[in-house]
Ligand binder design. Structure first.
Ligand SMILES: *Cc1c(COP(=O)(O)O)cnc(C)c1O
Length: 439
């Protein structure tokens, strides 16, 4: 049995200090009825708790740790940067360096603004879309999460789905009214909305690969439909690639599916584990942002030198030319992910458990459904009890997964073949536990 004695004591203390003992809800493990391990350190693909347990980590801080934890190149650059001071609140060259590197990979971004969190990026992108179009309503998709700003905290998947909150108290009716929620992956539903009130819509915001209702890639042609509908009705198309950026492919979902959005939001990986996010897009739109234009947005710590350094080093690693005869970084991650999922599918089948395995580059996940999962409703129909049994059995065997069916898992460059094999082996017992629990 996994010994989590010290973690349990630390959690009891934390609960007196912070709401639910945590600074972000899903960390509390409330949905899987057990105490969360308290983390002492992490290195490569491993994470270690204060009881001395070691786990192979597929959470990767919920996405950012694409090169693994404490990568020597990132650590060294951060140590050097820290000796030069941790914040100036003034322009630096490293901001331009990171901006240029991002634009090389995301040609749809002609001008970029750095912020501190994905929440800020999407919130600012919406304000910009409203300011640019002079329209007030926005469309989002049910089960897509875009951070916790008021207008986006409507039908927002993941943490809220896990805790069964359809929309949060504190979000005013007025705010919620301007947000129209439509089922994801349903071309008919969005076409109907746009045909009815398209001329009132400032922007359609979407996770082009959904990652907050579990991992749910778009149906063939779906993103193209969004592109043509927004163009037809003069609304902006915002791709929230905070999670799928640098993961669905190096160039994100927009490169993987060949669709150019008007505005892109990035986060997670772009900060290499420090708080960075960004929004950017067409020059004529971005020039409306203050001080170039009238749409106000600011940040005391935006473009912070340590954060820019972590992001820049991380992006340097994943965009580097591959060695002779090797696939590039993101292709390697895709192949590793494929291998892991094939292994899981085989073990599930041997145990007689039906699963749906989904992958988009280095994002992945499984659902305990008999039929495939295309939207939030399907995702909610996944067998939550089976998920709980599976999650706990994996944790017991030293495999650290997200403690909710509505989250996505992540592969990193630090995951070795050996550890992936170990993860596949562990899944055999976990799927068997699911089968036994259903007897
Ligand atoms: C994580 C996430 C956000 C919010 O980012 P924070 O940094 O947590 O504020 C927004 N959109 C998507 C798609 C995300 O996955």
């Amino acid at each position: 049995m996994l010994n989590l004695e010290k973690s349990a004591a630390a959690f009891a203390e934390a609960k007196k200090l912070m709401p639910g003992g945590v600074n972000s809800p899903v960390r509390s493990y409330a949905s899987v009825d057990c105490n969360p391990p308290f983390i002492a350190r992490a290195e490569g693909d491993k994470i270690y708790d204060i009881d001395g347990n070691e786990y192979i980590d597929y959470v990767g801080s919920w996405g950012p740790m694409v090169v693994g934890h404490a990568h020597p190149q990132v650590v060294k650059a951060l140590q050097e940067a820290a000796t030069r001071g941790t914040s100036y609140g003034a322009p630096t060259c490293i901001e331009s360096e990171l901006a240029k590197l991002v634009m090389q990979v995301y040609p749809s971004i002609e001008v970029i603004r750095m912020v501190n969190s994905g929440t800020e990026a999407t919130m600012s992108a919406l304000r910009l879309a409203r300011g640019y179009t002079g329209r007030e309503k926005i469309v989002k998709f049910i089960g897509c999460y875009h951070g916790h700003s008021d207008s986006l905290l409507v039908n927002a998947g993941s943490g809220m789905a896990t805790f069964g909150v359809p929309s949060s108290p504190g979000v005013t009716k007025g705010t919620a009214q301007d947000t129209i929620s439509v089922p994801y992956n349903d071309a008919e539903a969005i076409t109907k909305v746009m045909d009815e009130i398209g001329d009132e819509i400032a922007a359609v915001i979407v996770e082009p690969v959904a990652g907050n209702m579990g991992c749910v890639p778009p149906k063939q042609g779906y993103l193209r439909t969004l592109r043509s509908l927004t163009e037809k009705h003069g609304a902006l198309l915002i791709f929230d690639e905070v999670m799928c950026g640098f993961r669905a492919s190096l160039g994100g979902a927009q490169a993987a599916y060949g669709i150019t959005p008007d505005i892109t939001c990035l986060g997670k990986i772009i900060g290499g584990g420090l708080p960075v996010a960004a929004y950017g897009g067409r020059r004529d739109i971005m020039q409306k942002v203050s001080p170039a234009g009238p749409v106000y947005q600011a940040g005391t710590l935006s473009g912070n030198p340590l954060a820019m350094t972590a992001g820049l080093e991380t992006l340097k690693i994943i965009t580097a030319e591959p060695e002779e005869g090797k696939a590039d970084y993101s292709r390697e991650l895709t192949l590793k992910t494929k291998k892991l999922l094939l292994g899981w599918q085989e073990k599930a089948k041997e145990a007689g458990v039906t699963i749906q395995a989904h992958q988009a580059g280095s994002m992945f996940g499984i659902f305990f459904n008999d039929n495939d999962v295309f939207d939030y409703e399907d995702s909610c129909a996944s067998d939550q009890e089976a998920f709980k049994v599976w999650f706990k059995a994996m944790l017991e065997q030293g495999i650290y997964l997200a403690p909710s069916q509505f989250e996505t898992l992540f592969m990193s460059g630090a995951h070795s073949d050996e550890d992936i094999d170990r993860t596949i082996e562990a899944s055999a017992a976990a799927f068997q536990a699911v089968a036994d629990s259903r007897k």
